[in-house]
Write a protein that binds this ligand. Structure first.
Ligand code: URA
Length: 434
C-alpha cells in the first residue's frame, strides 16, 4: 500500500477500504506518512466526500489510535453530552447535575475554551480547588459513587484526531461534514460512554451557520454512533444569539446555579430540559417526554440537582460551599453599563462578536497557552426581540480594567442592531435527530 495510490484513488472519486483507512491513519499518527501527503488526502476528501462506511472507518481508526476508555466498572448506563460549541453555552454545568440527580451516571470528558467559544473545564475551575486532571480511577470511582464525574481530555485520547485536526486547521479542510463528524465522534467513542447526546448548534455563532448544514452534521454523527453500537441522538439548537444572558466563566457558573434552582433564563432552561429529556429517555430513566420533564422539574424543585453539582465539585477537590453561596465567587473590579444608542427593537446580536467581547475582556483564549481571567465577561440585559429606549442598559460588562472595557463596549455596540420593526422570533430547538 502506498499513500500516492490512495490519494489518486480518492481524487478520482473512489472509496477507500477499511484496510486502507486504518493503514493511512496509523501511518500518519506514527509519523510515517508526511503532512504534505495527508494534506492532499484531506483536500481530495473535501472535494469528493466519503461514503458512510469510509466515515465510520475513519472515525473508528482515529478513536483506536490511542486509549479507548473502558467504563464497564461503572455500573449502569454511562451518559455523555457534547456541544459543537457556542457563546454563553454553560449547558453542561446545569444539565449534567440535573440528569445525574434523575439517576443517570455521567462520565464525561470535556475541553477548554478556544477563540470565541468557552469550555466547561475552565468554567468548573471557577470553584476554588476544583480539579479536572483527576486519575481515571477517581473518574470511575466518582461516576460510580456520586453518579457524576468530569475530566479534562487526556493527550492519549484519539491522538490521530489531534494531529489531523491541527493539519486541517492550516490547510482549509476543516469544514467538510465527514471530517468534522469523524473528528468529534472519534473522541466521544474513545471516551467510552454508552449514551451520547449531541447539541449541534446552528446560526451565526455556530460552527455550522445554516440549519441544513447543522442537521446534516447531526445526522452524520448519529449514524456513526449507531454504526459503532452506541445510543446517540442530536438536538439542533439555536446559536444565533448568545445562550442565556451570561457570557464569561464565573458569570456563566452563576447563571447555571440559578438555573439549577429554577431561576435561570427561559431559553437556557428550555435547552437543558430538551437535552435532559433526550438523555433520560435514551437511558431508560423515563418512558416518555412527559415523565422525563416531570423528573427534571422535580430534581430542580427539591434541590437534588443543585446538590449534585455540589457533589461534583466536592468530589473533585473543589469547595462546594460556593455552589450554595455563588456570590462568594470572584468578581471583576469594574462593571460598565452599555446603553442603547437608539430606541426600537433589538433585531440582531452577532454571536461571534459577543464571544470576542469576552475575549477582549480577558475571558477567552487566542492561543492554547493564554491564561484567562475567570471573573470577566458580559451580562446581556436585553436580547433579540426586546424593546428598548435610547439610554436603556442593554448589557453590563464585567471588566478587569478601563482599557479592555472601552474596547469591548465599542465592539458590543457594533454587534447589536436596533431597528423599528420587531424581528421574527427564531426557534430555540430546530429539530431532534434520534
Ligand atoms: N470540533 C472538532 O472536534 N473537530 C472538528 O473537526 C470540528 C470541530
Amino acid at each position: 500500500m502506498n499513500m500516492y495510490d490512495l490519494i489518486q484513488k480518492k481524487k478520482t472519486g473512489g472509496a477507500l477500504t477499511q484496510e486502507e483507512i486504518y493503514w493511512m491513519v496509523n501511518g500518519f499518527t506514527n509519523g510515517e506518512i508526511p503532512d504534505y501527503q495527508m494534506s492532499a488526502m484531506m483536500m481530495a476528501i473535501f472535494f469528493k466526500g466519503m461514503t458512510r462506511e469510509e466515515t465510520l472507518h475513519l472515525t473508528m481508526s482515529m478513536a483506536k489510535s490511542g486509549e479507548m476508555l473502558d467504563l464497564s466498572k461503572i455500573p449502569g448506563i454511562k451518559a455523555d453530552k457534547h456541544s459543537t460549541g457556542g457563546v454563553g453555552d454553560k449547558t453542561s454545568l446545569a444539565l449534567l447535575p440535573m440528569v445525574s440527580a434523575c439517576g443517570l451516571n455521567i462520565a464525561k470528558m470535556s475541553g477548554r475554551g478556544l477563540g470565541h467559544t468557552g469550555g466547561t473545564i475552565d468554567k468548573l475551575e471557577s470553584f476554588p480547588g476544583f480539579r479536572t486532571d483527576i486519575s481515571i480511577e477517581t473518574f470511575e470511582k466518582n461516576a460510580s459513587e456520586l453518579g457524576i464525574a468530569l475530566m479534562g481530555q487526556t493527550a492519549e485520547l484519539a491522538p490521530a484526531d489531534k494531529k489531523l485536526y491541527a493539519l486541517r486547521d492550516v490547510t482549509a479542510t476543516v469544514d467538510q461534514m465527514s471530517l468534522i463528524a469523524s473528528s468529534i465522534m472519534s473522541k466521544k467513542l474513545a471516551a467510552g460512554a454508552d449514551l451520547i447526546v449531541l447539541d449541534v448548534k446552528t446560526g451565526s455563532g455556530a460552527f455550522m451557520k445554516s440549519e441544513e448544514d447543522s442537521r446534516a452534521l447531526g445526522e452524520e454523527m448519529v449514524r456513526i454512533g449507531k454504526d459503532a453500537g452506541r445510543k446517540v441522538s442530536a438536538v439542533i439548537s439555536d446559536m444565533d444569539q448568545p445562550l442565556g444572558r451570561a457570557v464569561g466563566n464565573i458569570l456563566e457558573v452563576k447563571e447555571a446555579i440559578a438555573t439549577l434552582k429554577g431561576e435561570g433564563p427561559q431559553d437556557f432552561t428550555k435547552l437543558c430540559m430538551t437535552l435532559g429529556c433526550q438523555m433520560l429517555l435514551a437511558g431508560g430513566v423515563a418512558g416518555s417526554i412527559d415523565e422525563a420533564e416531570m423528573k427534571l422539574f422535580e430534581v430542580v424543585k427539591n434541590g437534588s440537582a443543585l446538590n449534585k453539582l455540589a457533589d461534583l465539585v466536592k468530589g473533585q477537590g473543589g469547595d462546594a460551599s460556593y455552589v450554595y453561596e455563588p456570590d462568594k465567587l470572584d468578581q471583576a473590579p469594574l462593571k460598565v453599563e452599555v446603553k442603547a444608542p437608539a430606541s426600537g427593537f433589538i433585531q440582531r446580536i452577532l454571536c461571534d462578536e459577543v464571544g470576542l467581547c469576552s475575549l477582549i475582556l480577558g475571558g477567552g483564549r487566542r492561543t492554547k497557552e493564554d491564561v484567562i481571567d475567570l471573573r470577566v465577561g458580559l451580562v446581556l440585559e436585553k436580547k433579540v426581540g426586546d424593546e428598548v429606549r435610547e439610554g436603556d442598559v442593554i448589557a453590563v460588562l464585567h471588566a478587569a480594567d478601563e482599557k479592555s472595557a472601552g474596547e469591548a463596549m465599542e465592539r458590543y455596540l457594533a454587534a447589536v442592531t436596533i431597528g423599528a420593526e420587531k424581528p421574527e422570533e427564531r426557534k430555540l430547538i430546530h429539530g431532534i435527530i434520534e
